[in-house]
Design a protein around this ligand. Structure first.
Ligand SMILES: NC(=O)c1ccc[n+]([C@@H]2O[C@H](COP(=O)([O-])OP(=O)(O)OC[C@H]3O[C@@H](n4cnc5c(N)ncnc54)[C@H](OP(=O)(O)O)[C@@H]3O)[C@@H](O)[C@H]2O)c1
Length: 336
């Protein structure tokens, strides 16, 4: 049975990718509506062979809409999502607003697909943070094998994670350096061109940034509340693709070979791990790819039962749009 789908934030980095992935995976749509702010009304977006004219979210009536895939930012989501849910649509929300609500499931289909069943409480399903999604996809098979006690992760996050204006800022700053123009800063707290910034999102009282806190609490909610996790999240001058250096301490012994074998069998993971030059995957190489790539798996001799690895994914696809569309696919297959 085909469904009426609305894509909210359709003109953004994530929204455009959602439209592309819905078409690529032949999601069973009856009608697709592209919604954004008043600024974009009338603009055209591609959906397969069709051109969609962008409509305004503010006055859209969600009656008759079955599924909403939403990425307009947390504040806008907080305001419109209850309205859409009340009208009977199931909202799959990419923003941070509902993720830690106990009545809203937080889902990564390869990790906790069963949690989708809880969507009925509020008609909302939350899509996790991009850096959390790729991490838990890689951690789940290892947790099943040897039980994770503690994770230390450092991220190298691309500018597309902060939206389309952030990508423009990296471009114009890079250009400005080459042509000797003044550097303008609007989105990032420091210059991102030719630099790295150890701050993503705002600071919390304990000194963590909110991005680091999100990785901790979301991993607990999705995978296991007993896992201890500490993160350092860093923005790097890369357009698309997040990378993570991950160190894990397990309860039970586990070798690098066993970890690689488990990851090779796991859904959504590709292992590329040759201990030679070029024998690993970098962010540039995963743009447009669906899987989470794991490289550089090795034993950590400084703790009992420790492993370290490198993990890379397309933050706009698996880190956002693809994960949301996979949730929608499970929703229509098992629940609607
Ligand atoms: N990028 C990622 O890797 C990623 C991953 C996971 C989650 N997310 C989350 O997804 C959300 C969007 O990210 P993005 O990268 O797509 O941002 P973006 O490129 O800046 O796009 C923002 C989208 O929201 C729309 N919007 C803004 N204000 C609106 C309003 N008042 N009413 C209706 N629509 C409005 C924009 O429409 P206009 O074009 O009309 O302004 C645009 O379509 C954020 O909450 C982000 O945290 C992003």
């Amino acid at each position: 049975m085909p469904y009426n789908v609305a894509v909210v934030g359709a003109t953004g980095n994530v929204g455009r990718e959602v439209l592309q992935i819905l078409a690529e995976r032949r999601f069973p749509v009856k009608d697709v509506v592209a919604l954004a702010s008043e600024r974009s009304v009338g603009a055209e977006l591609s959906f397969g062979d069709q051109d969609l004219k962008v409509r305004s979210l503010a006055d859209f009536d969600f009656k008759g809409t079955d599924i909403v895939l939403s990425s307009p930012g947390a504040k806008v989501s907080a305001e419109f999502t209850p309205r859409a849910a009340k009208a009977g649509a199931v909202v799959i929300d990419n923003t941070s607003h509902f993720r830690m609500d106990p009545d809203v499931p937080l889902v990564v289909p390869e990790v906790n697909p069963q949690a989708i069943a809880d969507y009925k409480k509020r008609n909302i399903i939350a899509n996790p943070n991009c850096s959390t999604i790729q991490l838990v996809v890689a951690l789940r098979p290892l947790h099943a094998l040897a039980t994770i006690k503690r994770v230390v992760v450092s991220t190298y996050q691309s500018v597309s994670g902060a939206g389309k204006e952030a990508m423009d800022e990296l471009f114009t700053q890079t250009r400005a350096v080459y042509v000797n123009d003044a550097i303008k800063r609007e989105i990032f707290p420091k210059q991102i061109g030719f630099n790295v910034i150890p701050q993503i999102d705002v600071f919390m009282e304990d000194g963590q940034t909110k991005e680091e806190w999100k990785m901790m609490v979301e991993t607990k909610k999705i995978l296991d509340p007993r896992i201890k996790l500490t993160a350092t999240c860093v923005r790097v001058p890369v357009f698309i693709g997040h990378a993570e250096a991950v160190t894990v301490e397990f309860e039970k012994p586990i070798t690098a070979d066993e970890a690689r074998a488990a990851l090779r069998k796991a859904p959504g993971v590709s292992v590329v791990d040759h201990r030679v030059e070029e024998g690993y995957v970098t962010p540039l190489e995963v743009v447009g790819e669906d899987n989470v790539y794991v490289s550089r798996m090795r034993e950590d001799p400084t703790v009992d039962n420790g492993l370290s690895f490198w993990c890379v994914a397309d933050n706009l696809r698996k880190g956002a749009a693809l994960n949301a569309v996979q949730i929608a696919e499970l929703l229509v297959k098992d629940y609607l």
